[in-house]
Design a protein around this ligand. Structure first.
Ligand code: ADP
Ligand code: MG
Length: 236
């Protein structure tokens, strides 16, 4: 509609794809389940950020997304909340492996994502495990064995644990590559490709990146199916 177009212009949102839904410009408009909405309102947020407003309705249609938006734009909840909604619908046993998998470049970022997942998923009682290098594997493996609906991982450590056959990704339905540009800069492309081979082809894939260089375009073209692209601001 016209108001959706006006919102996009005002917030410098450009979208590429077929029949892209209008942005959800208020939390009330999202139709999120009450236990999720409650946590968002508890956080004191007044409105969705532009990337949230535009990527939520697309993600809720189960479509693949490439989102290019700078740091601090609220991308984490942009992908976490639709992931939560997938989880609510799935009947997967978390002891058999995660349903939602988020790849993140560093321990610090992965930990921040886990904190956000625990905070906003609290009322929904999702379990979330964080896997990263530079720390012993034992406690991470123990947590995995207890079951995790959501795994947030750096590609290196997750790949190590996969090679040990200590986690299965065959229940993953929702795969997020967060800070894809940063992960490629760190040389994680081989690990990412190995990990994605273990995730079922029937999945939803979301890629979040602050920049859009050709290396990122290439991996997006290989791993995503007919994605809708959402850019916030100028992207080169
Ligand atoms: P990005 O991943 O794009 O760098 P984050 O997801 O880390 O951004 O979000 C940046 C900050 O904005 C976080 O502290 C987060 O809690 C906060 N935030 C997220 N969504 C909103 C919102 N709708 N309104 C206000 N602040 C928000
Ligand atoms: Mg982020």
């Amino acid at each position: 509609g016209l108001s959706g177009e006006a919102y996009r212009r005002r917030h410098e949102i450009t979208v590429t794809g077929d029949e892209v839904p209008s942005p959800l410009t208020s939390f009330e408009a999202t139709g999120f389940p009450s236990e999720i909405l409650k946590e968002v309102l508890n956080a004191g947020f007044s409105a969705p950020t532009p990337i949230q407003a535009q990527s939520w309705p697309i993600a809720l249609q189960s479509r693949d997304i490439v989102a290019v938006a700078k740091t601090g734009s609220g991308k984490t909840l942009g992908y976490l909340i639709p992931g939560f909604i997938h989880l609510k619908r799935s009947c997967n046993d978390p002891r058999l492996g995660p349903t939602v998998l988020v790849l993140s470049p560093t321990r610090e970022l992965a930990t921040q994502i886990q904190v956000e997942a625990v905070k906003f998923g609290k009322s929904s009682r999702f379990s979330c495990t964080c896997l990263y290098g530079g720390a012993p594997k034992g406690p991470q493996l123990k947590e995995l064995d207890r079951g995790a609906d959501i795994v947030v991982a750096t590609p290196g450590r997750l790949n190590d644990i996969l090679e040990m056959r200590r986690v299965s990704l065959n229940q993953v339905k929702y795969l997020v590559l967060d800070e894809a540009d940063h992960m490629l800069d760190m040389g994680f492309e081989p690990q990412i490709r190995k990990i994605v081979k273990e995730v079922p082809a029937r999945r939803q894939t979301l890629m979040y990146t602050a920049t859009w260089p050709k290396e990122v375009r290439k991996i997006a073209a290989d791993l995503l199916v007919n994605p809708v692209q959402v850019n916030i601001g100028n992207v080169d």
